[in-house]
Structure formats: C-alpha cells, structure tokens
Design a protein around this ligand. Structure first.
Ligand code: ADP
Ligand code: MG
Length: 507
C-alpha cells in the first residue's frame, strides 16, 4: 500500500492525494459490480433533501421553491390589495341603494381566493394520501440506467409529462391542474397543447367579455355610463332614490324609483326608469319598425347604432305622449335622458301592476277588460294614429280596474308599409288571449281588425291567407296614395303631441 504524503505550502496543507490503485484493480469486474451496487443504494431524490444536493437537478428544484415563494408572496400581496379594494368599494358605495362593484379590479380570482384552514387540510390530506398504492416515481438521478438500455431522454413520456406540468404554471397560473406538491402529475403533449390552446382562447374571451361588460347594458346590470346618468338624476333631485329592477327584457331593463322634483314641478312619487339596452343585436331585428316610420326616416339613416337606441327611447316618449293626450291609460312621461326614459309607475307601494296574463281576473273582470282593450285599440288607431305593433297580454297591465298599455317604442303610424300586418297580429294576440278564457268568442279576429281600423276588409271563408292578401293589397294601394300626396299629409290631430318635457339633447 503506498504511503500518503502531506505536502506543505503557503496556502496551508494541500488536499490529500487520492488513493492510487492499479490498472488491474480499475478494470476489475468485481469493482465495477461493487460500484454499481453502491450506486443503487443511493437514496432516491425525494423530499426536501433533494434541494440540498449539489447536482444539476437540484438547482432546478431550488429555483422551483424560489419561484413558489415568490408566487406565495405575490399571492399575499394581491390578497392585501383586494382587501383594501373591498374597503374602498364599501366606502365609495356607503349606504347607497345603487352600488358600483370594483370586482373587475381584483387581483385574485375568487376561485383562487380560498385561504381557509379547510383548504389547507384538503391539501395535506392529498399529500399524505394513505390510500395511494405506490410512492410517486421520480426521474432517476442519472439520465439513464443499465448498459445502454432504458435511456431517459427528453422525449421520454414520463419526463416530458412532468416537464409539461411544470410549464403549465408559466402560462396558466389560474388553471387547476391537480393537487400539486406531492402529486406526480404528468401531462402528455396532446393534453398540454390542448390546455395551452384552451387557456389562450379563455384569456382572449375573458378580455372580450370584460370589454363588452364595460361598454354595454348587460343582462342584469347597467353599464357604467348608464349608472352615471342614473346617479346624476338622483343627485339633481329628479329622483329620490332608485330601488331596484322590475324587469329585464331583451331590449330594456326597467327600474323602480322614487320621484323627487324637476324644475320646481313634482315628479310622481313612484316612477320607472326604462333603460334601453345598448347591446345592439336585438334592435337590429327591429329596424323595420323605425326606419319606415316617416317621423324618423330622415334621422334614422344618419345615425350611428348607439344613437338609434336613443331614437327608440324618444319614439316611446312621443307615442306615450300621444296616447296620454287621447286619454288612453298609459304611463305619463317624466323625462327622457339619452337612452333612459323616466315615466310614471303603474302599480303602488313598490308592487307593479300585473300583466294581463298574470292578473287574477274573474269572468266579469275579463269581460270588462275585453271591452276596454277593444276601445283603447280603436282610440290608438283612430285618434292617436298609431298601431301598437307588440300588443299582447304581456304589454297590458291590469291596475285599479283598468287596462293600461305599455311598451310602445315599436308602435308605428298606419302609413308604415306594414302597419296593417302589425295590426292584424295585435288583433290575433288579443283575440286568442280572451277567447281562451271564454270571452269575446262572438267577435272573430277579422271582425276585430275591421272594428279597430274602421276599414272594411272583406271577410271570406275565414281563410287567414286570403284576409292577409287583402290587407297587403290595401297597404300597397295606401303606400302609393301616400307617396302621391306627400308624407306630411295627416290631419292636425294626428301630428305629434309635444312631450311634457323636451328630450335631453346634449351628447
Ligand atoms: P320590454 O320592451 O323589455 O318588454 P316593457 O316596457 O314591456 O319593456 O317593460 C317590461 C316590464 O316592466 C313590463 O312587463 C312591466 O312589468 C314593467 N313595466 C314597464 N313599465 C312599467 C310602468 N310604467 N309601471 C309598472 N311596470 C312597468
Ligand atoms: Mg314588453
């Protein structure tokens, strides 16, 4: 055995020389086997000790834990930010009935914001799952095992799957991929790509949704601009407060509010705000109700879609004013502000009057209601020069023994090229509703149409197609006649009655 020599130098004792061994010893089969066995005894790379090992794989583990720490700190920071935001939101809204949500500015998604101790228990439970059959497998410390066999490359499905899982955090921190930590999750390339694609499209969709939410009057709520207009009405004293939503339809959201006063005149104690939706889709289908209405024809073609919505509100205001002047029971217009129409509330004590379809009517009530509907339809056509065009049991309210007409934004004048078709549809709705309840059975839909319009369209064998053909022929003749005489040829009584208050004209 060679004797080991300790060399002295200016920097202290030199490291001891490695023990020398002969070539035969190096080449010994026995030594090779022994080394291999020692290597197999090496403890597997699991748990926290893995972080301490000075191998290349350990450095990535260290980075992972740094990253996690940073993410945890960021999470904590974000939560504190959200708490502060919540406090500011509460302060901002105070005791107001209409509130503004700051939710869009939150940093932590509500799904991720589960800081409860229960969650922690769940997480621990998963890590120490006593029912898990095997210990999680880990990548071997070396890149391969055996002699040229079982080589683990970057294309290895297991290694690649683990790498994919780690990469998930980069592009989809919000995506829940499993229980994390102790779980050995492997995502195949196919799944990884699908997830990545999904995340990208989700991000785009969420950005789009956010954008749309900010700029439109969505299902339940109203967009910030509309809220501001509503606030202004309260702060100007026109309204005392806004109480809540009565109805959300396809085209509008209706709110109940308490009236204040306007220009020293009292506003009714209970009013509604009809907010026309600024999502334009529904209104596109309804263009035909407005663009052929001579009153609006010149302006319609020049307006951008947002302003067309205001035109709907304005149209409803004018129609209601006409109806009010003719003595038809309907809401009284209070104020028009862009796409918000304020009008009197039909109902009392915050409870809106029921629609005819929902009202509990006995036979006498039904007969009375039918008589009134027939009368108001005649008044509407003959005195107001209007066809409702959406008349049904949904747009008639029953209040204090009277039928009230609402929802007249789409109502048109009889000169509209399709007015009589709309009128026939109204008659069909009314006739069907009452006849189902055993009222007005002796008056056919054709006779009802003639009674309302004062026309004398021949009633054939009860064939609807034939009657409709007659109506369309009449409309055609009428259109030619109107064109020959010019559009503004209506008797003075049929001209627009000015609204109680002028529409708001500022932009
Ligand atoms: P939409 O075009 O969305 O159908 P409506 O004018 O018909 O709008 O209003 C929707 C609902 O709101 C009505 O069915 C009715 O219940 C309620 N409503 C509308 N205006 C009034 C009003 N002046 N008073 C009481 N309730 C109203
Ligand atoms: Mg309606």
């Amino acid at each position: 055995m060679a004797q080991s020599v300790v060399l002295k130098g200016p920097w202290g004792p030199a490291a001891p020389e490695p023990p020398s061994c002969s070539l035969t010893e190096v080449m010994s089969e026995q030594l090779a086997t022994q080394l291999e066995e020692e290597n197999q005894d090496y403890p597997p790379l699991t748990g926290p000790s893995a972080d301490l090992l000075p191998s290349s794989s350990s450095s990535s583990s260290e980075t992972t834990s740094d990253l996690m720490l940073a993410q945890m700190l960021q999470m904590q920071f974000d939560r504190e930010f959200d708490d502060q935001l919540l406090r500011e939101e509460k302060k901002f809204n105070g005791g107001s009935k209409v509130s503004i949500s700051f939710e869009n500015y939150r940093m932590v998604h509500p799904y991720a914001d589960s800081d409860s101790s229960e969650d922690e228990v769940d997480w621990q439970d998963t890590r120490d799952d006593p029912y898990r059959a095997e210990k999680p497998q880990t990548t071997p410390r070396r890149g391969f095992t055996g002699k040229g066999k079982n080589i683990t490359t970057k294309h290895d499905p297991v290694a690649c799957g683990r790498k994919n899982t780690a990469r998930m955090d980069n592009f989809a921190p919000g995506v829940q991929v499993g229980d994390g930590m102790g779980m050995d999750l492997k995502l195949s390339n196919q799944v990884f790509n699908a997830l990545k694609q999904h995340c990208n499209s989700e991000q785009k969709r969420s950005a789009r949704l956010h954008e749309k939410k900010e700029h439109s009057t969505s299902e339940q709520a109203v967009d910030p601009r509309t809220r501001l207009l509503m606030y202004k009405m309260v702060s100007a004293g026109v309204l005392e407060n806004i109480n809540g939503c009565i109805s959300t339809g396809k085209e509008s959201v209706v709110f109940h509010a308490n009236g204040g006063s306007l220009e020293a005149r009292p506003v009714p104690g209970e009013v509604v705000l009809k907010v026309y939706k600024t999502t334009l889709n529904e209104f596109k289908n309804r263009d035909r109700y407005i663009k052929d209405d001579y009153r609006f024809i010149d302006r319609f073609s020049k307006l951008n879609p947002r302003k067309v919505i205001r035109l709907w509100a304005e149209k409803e205001m004018h129609n209601l004013a006409r109806m009010g002047s003719a003595g038809i029971p309907c809401p009284a217009v209070v104020l028009l502000k862009k796409h918000i129409l304020v009008m009197s509330f039909i109902g009392s004590g915050l409870v809106p009057a029921p629609k005819l379809k929902d009202a509990a009517l006995d036979r006498a009530d039904l007969e009375e209601a039918f008589r009134q509907v027939l009368h108001v339809m005649q008044q509407l056509y003959q005195e107001c020069n209007l066809v409702h065009a959406d008349l049904s049991e949904y747009n008639m309210l029953w209040h204090e023994g009277k039928v009230w007409l609402i929802d007249v934004s789409q109502s048109v004048e009889p000169t509209h090229p399709h007015a009589l078709e709309f009128l026939f549809r109204d008659c069909r709705n009314v006739s069907t509703f009452f006849q189902k309840r055993g009222v007005g059975e002796d008056l056919s839909v054709y006779e009802l149409f003639n009674r309302v319009s004062g026309l004398n369209i021949p009633v054939g064998e009860g064939e609807e197609a034939e009657f409709m053909a007659e109506i369309e022929a009449f409309e055609k003749r009428n259109e030619d006649h109107v064109q020959r005489r010019g559009k503004k040829c209506f008797p003075a009584s049929c001209e627009d009655v000015g609204p109680p208050l002028q529409p708001d004209s500022d932009d």
